[in-house]
Write a protein that binds this ligand. Structure first.
Ligand code: MSP
Length: 503
């Protein structure tokens, strides 16, 4: 059994969960579920990023201590993920003791390696990004390019991570691991940053109190990005006090990171260098997503275009929302969220295709087969479409392209609907001809359940049960489970309410 450790970014607790956060988390969830179907031992991690100047400022403004503030927001993420059916195995908060211990250990290792040194920093800082910028990285008027708001001037004694020493090592590592960053054009962006020359970055602050103290100089707290990135290893035991911690860490690391395109520098440049300095292997891979834009802009509190995923699922259902997020945009590209787009996807792919297929099959089996599903035929005309769907889905999920995997899966749904329309079993007298067609359609639906379940898990479980199949879809294994011929026949098929009423 292979081990698969997958992470999402940890989200800042300065904003409530919005569509942009839900986007990466749903992608991660679907990929994790696919790997579980493959029989991999999966560890899917998400969490919240709770230290730093921004949190301190928000807490001050709310008249709360930072701890009180983060304790109110972090659970909103856990609740949102629960409602969206996210199957994470762990949720890390950077204010937890296990994290603080691991960050201290990582800092110490980099310090002992001679890669962290004291220096004076003077420069312009965007508090929203928690990042220093040079003049040429800013818009006129010293505005941050992402947040369109003025940066602040900071001058302080900082410890620096000597990133500039890592250029050759990083380039050599990436050359030896082609394709580590998906999609490829995002990998080229990361290489461009490295080739363009690397500036040392500050890893501590003295002006800030809300953070993790440096183990050798407690006047300083760790820079929030150093703190945050470490979550990927502290969550699996790195630097932990218990006997099994080191072993747990070894068993899961290296992991695969899902990130947004705005945090490539931190994840694909800083992070592998930090790990190299500490004598730890770089990540297994990165899959970089674009942004889901609303009205052409990145969703953010500052832009005032925040879409709350929980309101959308009240409207369209959890699986309707998950499907849209996964199917609409090729991962890596930007996508534009529109309510019309959401409804149109729902109607075409879910109501008219998947929902309609189940309803037709259950109706005809009810009327023409006494409600008992006939077995499928080995030589069915749909067998080739099912094999192609399995291949296409396997390729799409492996390439971190859920939209491609779902397109391949929906080809089988469309082929099955077309097969029913060509044969019109609803017009045929009960008997072997109807049984043959319905056995094929039931088997195609069984395979669809497996292939679509990472995206729309609750729906697929419902279909599975209506087909009379026992157990859980999630307990099936691929590829064996999706080979043609698994529907045994003789099972009671239930019609039930429409899965996706048209909107
Ligand atoms: N806390 C840091 C990440 C630390 S990871 C060690 C952070 N947090 S964030 O909450 O601002 O954003 C987290 C991720 O969500 C980023 O990858 C970002 O790209 C993604 N998204 C935030 N808004 C988004 C959209 N509107 N669309 C898609 N993803 C976006 O950065």
């Amino acid at each position: 059994m292979s081990r698969y450790f997958l992470t999402t970014p940890i989200y800042y607790v300065t904003a409530k969960p919005h569509l942009g956060h839900a986007y990466t988390t749903i992608i991660g969830d679907a990929i994790a579920r696919w790997h579980r179907l493959l029989g991999d031992d999966v560890h899917f991690l998400t969490g919240t990023d709770e230290h730093g100047q921004k949190v301190q400022d928000y807490a001050d403004a709310a008249g709360k201590t930072p701890q009180e503030f983060v304790d109110e927001i972090a659970p909103l993420y856990e609740q949102a993920w629960q409602r969206l059916g996210i199957s994470h195995d762990d949720f890390i908060r950077t204010t937890e003791q296990r994290h603080k211990a691991g960050v201290a250990e990582l800092l110490k290792r980099c310090y002992d390696a001679g890669d962290i040194e004291l220096d004076v920093y003077k420069g312009k800082y965007c508090v929203a990004c928690e990042e220093y910028y040079t003049d040429d990285e800013l818009d006129p008027g010293d505005l941050c390019k992402i947040h369109k708001r003025p940066v602040e001037y900071y001058e302080e004694e900082n410890y620096f991570f000597r990133l500039s020493r890592f250029q050759d090592r990083l380039l050599a590592w990436y050359a030896a691991h082609p394709g580590a960053i998906q999609p490829e054009f995002r990998g080229n962006e990361a290489l461009g940053l490295i080739k363009g020359g690397l500036r040392d970055f500050s890893v501590s602050r003295t002006s800030l109190k809300w953070g993790i103290p440096l183990p050798w100089d407690s006047k300083h707290v760790a820079y929030v990005w150093f703190d945050a990135l470490s979550n990927y290893i502290t969550a699996i035991g790195f630097g932990g006090p218990d006997a099994g911690d080191a072993e747990r860490f070894e068993s899961w690391w290296p992991g695969t990171h899902l990130i947004g395109k705005d945090i490539i520098r931190h994840h694909c440049v800083y992070w592998p260098a930090m790990l190299m300095s500490a004598g730890i292997e770089p990540p297994a891979g990165w899959a970089v997503g674009g942004w889901l834009l609303v009205g052409g802009e990145k969703m953010s509190k500052t832009s005032g275009n925040v879409v709350n995923p929980l309101e959308l699922i009240d409207d369209i259902g959890v699986d309707g929302f998950r499907y849209y997020v996964l199917a609409e945009t090729a991962y890596g590209q930007d996508g534009d969220f529109t309510y019309e787009g959401l409804i149109s996807r729902y109607n075409s792919d879910l109501a008219n295709n998947l929902g309609n297929l189940l309803s037709r099959v259950a109706t005809v089996v009810g009327k023409k087969c006494e409600g008992v599903g006939p077995a499928s035929r080995a030589d069915s005309p749909l067998a080739a479409a099912a094999a192609a769907a399995l291949d296409g889905a396997t390729e799409g999920w492996a390439a971190m392209q859920p939209s491609r995997a779902l397109d391949a899966t929906w080809q089988l749904i469309r082929a099955t609907n077309a097969y029913l329309e060509a044969n019109e079993p609803w017009k045929t007298e009960p008997g072997p001809a109807v049984d043959a067609v319905m056995g094929d359609a039931l088997e195609a639906l069984r395979i669809v359940c497996l292939l679509a379940s990472p995206a729309v898990p609750a729906t697929c479980q419902t279909i599975w049960e209506r087909l009379g199949l026992p157990g859980q879809v999630a307990d099936q294994r691929l590829p064996e489970g999706a080979r043609w011929g698994g529907y045994p026949g003789g099972l009671t098929v239930t019609k039930g309410d429409p899965l996706f009423p048209r909107r």
